[in-house]
Design a protein around this ligand. Structure first.
Ligand SMILES: Cc1cc2nc3c(=O)[nH]c(=O)nc-3n(C[C@H](O)[C@H](O)[C@H](O)COP(=O)(O)OP(=O)(O)OC[C@H]3O[C@@H](n4cnc5c(N)ncnc54)[C@H](O)[C@@H]3O)c2cc1C
Length: 557
């Protein structure tokens, strides 16, 4: 064909960028939450994850989605899930980075910052590909919970905490590394797990303790190719937590059958399934009848990951929007120099930095909760707050970042087409591991238990006197906490606690331009209902320069 036109004013995609080196918000939050942390491994990880090669693997793992192979060609049940090789490359990189059970290994614990460091790496990985982090996150959550059965933990811990990835379906002790999943949700109820009907009948005991035969189903059962699962089932004493491996200690397959894979909006590289148990063998973990508190302990960890994951996705969407608008011309100027686009980009940058600050602050409480009362209170209080607020902001954020790219943002192709993937991924962190209302209700429960008002006041104290609107909110919040909001007000309370804590954190981790604009807009109310409505006095240039994905050394902070 003869040439009909010249192609110009299209952008170069954001590839081969160090995701850590350019992320000043993350660096500021790390200095604050993990002083003295050696960040060299994060720097190296940022380089790997930002490479064009890894981005290709992420795209392929999402395009060539997992396939269920329920039977062999000879008619035998095999219940296997087949993945594109790129999925395995990503899983290998995630376990190699120690994002699953590794923070619980003794050597990592010694650093004192194992969870913050892992949290930062998890966020960086999310910028590459979030959906395969599902089994990684579940393994992270399950590893400490498994300690409630010391015999199983003793046998499985070396593989759970190793950095090796081994996808083969075989006996755990013949593998270099293992992953684990979680099964709570049934057809009749996910939030209300007390409605679970799956039955577990006592079936003797052995070296792993009390054994049960499990019959029933799970309606959502992600990453069914994991090596084992912690599930909830009704035993004679009530809802209990059970350890259910895919391959039994004698090498035979457990009676776990994958019915089908879910056809999901996003989260495409991850297999989420429906399963049935037909007399599957499982072992008790913890006290019989106390399954709910045990699952909640795991939920605390996966909820942290939801907040980290959405913060990572926000950062990725922002970086792509900045990359695009820095190159694309419209009406005689680069888009990034058009005043109204500057307002949108700066507003997104504030939201992204605030999410990063809150998510990493929450991660700090996981490192210190065992020895520090304030950190324990913050872990309890900020887990539902961060999961609620950050994840709730995610979809709106992705829509606005996508719009910065115009029509190209809406297209599903490689390169800049990542925006569509981010947009489809965003809602899941808000839904799974406790949807928005459940998080707001959990905040009310948290307020009932601890001396939450005093803990919150202590957390906000460093920002006292730095912004009048924040001072007013900080004065009111402990009173509202003590008066205890009703269920009807729980979302509003969760939002206000999140904003106050984010502002207080930004006063300690970000430049004055970011802190001031955040308080003016989100707390003083000089803001509209959509991104891009910051006040005219905002230092747009400084905020945007700080957020640029490629660090050129001349931005503030
Ligand atoms: C991709 C994906 C993967 C998943 N993987 C897993 C997995 O591996 N293992 C697993 O166990 N589960 C998994 N889930 C399930 C998920 O955790 C549940 O969908 C979620 O907990 C909500 O449960 P539900 O779907 O039964 O909704 P419901 O419990 O019916 O809730 C529906 C809505 O009602 C709200 N609601 C509930 N109770 C109240 C109340 N008292 N007051 C006000 N509002 C309320 C909720 O906030 C929610 O918005 C997965 C879900 C998805 C989407």
């Amino acid at each position: 064909m003869s040439a009909t036109h010249e192609v110009f004013n299209q952008v170069e995609p954001l590839v081969d960028v160090n995701l850590f080196a350019g992320n000043r918000a993350m660096q500021g939050a790390l200095k604050f939450n993990a002083p003295g942390l050696d960040t060299s491994s994060l720097h190296a990880l940022g380089d790997t994850l930002g490479s064009a090669d890894m981005q290709t693997h992420a795209r392929l793992a999402n395009v060539f989605t997992p396939q269920l192979k329920s039977h062999s060609r000879f008619g035998h049940r095999i219940d296997q899930v087949e993945f594109h090789p790129s999925y395995h490359v990503l899983m290998n990189a995630a376990t190699g980075a120690g994002l699953h059970g590794t923070p619980f290994s003794e050597s990592e614990q010694c650093s004192g910052h194992a969870h913050v460091k892992r949290a930062a790496a998890f966020m960086l990985f999310t910028e590459l590909e979030p959906s395969m982090l599902c089994p990684i996150s579940m393994t992270y959550a399950v590893t400490p919970a498994l300690k409630d059965n010391p015999a199983i933990y003793g046998d499985w811990a070396p593989q759970l905490t190793s950095r090796a990835y081994d996808p083969a379906l075989k006996l755990w002790k013949d593998k270099a590394g293992v992953t684990m999943g979680m099964g709570m949700t049934e057809k009749q109820g996910g939030s209300d797990v007390r409605a679970n009907t799956t039955q577990a009948v006592p079936d003797g005991a052995d070296g792993w303790g009390q054994r049960f035969s499990v019959t029933g189903h799970k309606w959502f059962f992600s990453a069914p190719m994991c090596d084992a699962f912690l599930i909830l089932a009704q035993t004679p004493s009530g809802l209990s937590c059970l350890f259910l491996p895919r391959v039994l200690p004698d090498g035979s397959m457990n009676q776990l059958f994958i019915q089908r894979l879910k056809d999901k909006l996003g989260n495409k590289a991850n297999a989420s399934s429906e399963v049935e148990f037909a007399g599957a063998t499982a072992w008790l973990v913890g006290e019989e009848g106390r399954g709910v508190p045990q699952i909640l302990a795991m939920g605390t960890m996966t909820r942290l990951d939801c907040a980290l994951g959405t913060s990572g996705l926000m950062r990725q969407a922002l970086s792509i929007a900045l990359n695009h608008t820095s190159q694309r011309m419209a009406f005689g100027k680069k888009l990034i120099h058009q005043p109204l686009m500057q307002n949108v980009l700066a507003d997104l940058a504030l939201e992204s930095e605030a999410a990063t600050a809150l998510a990493l602050r929450l991660a700090r409480s996981f490192d210190r909760a065992a020895t520090d009362e304030h950190e324990r209170a913050m872990q309890r209080l900020l887990t539902p707050v961060a999961k609620f607020w950050i994840c709730k902001r995610g979809s709106h954020f992705a829509q606005e970042a996508m719009e910065c790219l115009g029509g190209n943002g809406y297209v599903e192709e490689g390169g800049e087409g990542i925006m569509a993937r981010i947009y489809r991924e965003m809602p899941v962190n808000s839904i799974w591991e406790g949807a928005g209302n459940i998080m707001a209700l959990d905040l009310l429960r948290a307020l009932r238990k601890a001396d939450a008002a005093a803990a919150l006041a202590h957390e906000l104290a460093p920002a006292r006197g730095m912004h009048p609107a924040l001072d007013r909110l900080s004065d009111q919040l402990p009173i509202r906490v003590e008066q205890m909001a009703t269920e009807m007000e729980a979302r509003r309370l969760a939002q206000d606690v999140a904003l106050a804590v984010q502002a207080a954190l930004l006063s300690q981790t970000a430049p004055a331009s970011v802190f001031g604009a955040f308080c003016d807009s989100r707390i003083a109310g000089h803001w509209g209902h959509s991104f891009g409505s910051l006040g005219a006095g905002t230092d747009f240039d400084a905020i945007i320069a700080r957020a640029q994905p490629r660090w050129d050394g001349d931005a503030n902070g």
